[in-house]
Ligand binder design. Structure first.
Ligand SMILES: [Zn+2]
Length: 204
């Protein structure tokens, strides 16, 4: 049986979870940084994680997966691949579609994607920090007349504190403490915070 520790090891082996002393985009400092794209770049890892996340919703009848772009697209596809095809579907599997921002930065369905009234939807994202993108996706699905039956994410950084209006489950709960620079214990210990990804922007 695969445990949370096994999944975490998969993330760490792909450098998707890094430990150290980081300055996040918010300006806060943290001892841990997560970038799911680094594990999802490997199709077999993505497929395995998608199957594990889909298994959390095996008791639900799901007719389509909806993800917020960009972060949710790859894992949404893999979760949908692992779900049983709904009755009456085309033979192509459970649809995996995504919502994305329009010119006014509002999340919406584009590209001709559509949902039908009452369609049972699982909303899937890579990481929940505040859960904002998932909440927006739930709004879009609901406004389209479909029904969000649950929401899922690979990693929940909130410590399971986000209040979603539907049942929500993550594969790994990984609460990440963050600090203002003035109160950062890592700064106090004498190390310097680095911006995640900076070593890729400045190779060598
Ligand atoms: Zn610091």
């Amino acid at each position: 049986m695969t445990t949370t520790q096994d999944f975490l090891a998969l993330f760490e082996s792909s450098d998707a979870v890094r430990r150290g002393h980081f300055e996040l985009s918010s300006g806060l400092h943290s001892a841990m940084y997560v970038q799911c794209a680094l594990v999802l770049q490997y199709p077999r890892h993505a497929e395995r994680l998608g199957a594990a996340l889909a298994a959390l919703f095996a008791h639900e009848r799901i007719e389509a997966v909806v993800s917020p772009a960009l972060g949710g697209v790859v894992i949404g596809q893999e979760v949908a691949r692992a779900l049983p095809e709904p009755p009456g579907a085309s033979g192509g599997g459970t649809p995996a579609i995504f919502v994305e921002r329009d010119a006014s930065a509002k999340m919406t369905l584009r590209r001709g994607f559509s949902l039908h009234p009452g369609q049972r939807i699982l909303v899937v994202e890579d990481v929940w920090t505040t859960g904002g993108s998932t909440l927006e996706a739930i709004r879009v699905v609901t406004e389209a007349g479909a029904q969000v039956v649950a929401a899922g994410a690979l990693i929940d950084r909130s410590g399971e504190r986000i209040q979603f209006p539907v049942p929500a489950r993550s594969l790994v709960s990984l609460p990440i403490e963050s600090y203002t620079p003035a109160e950062c214990p890592l700064c106090r210990a004498g190390t310097t915070a680095v911006k995640p990804g900076s070593r890729f922007q400045r190779p060598g």
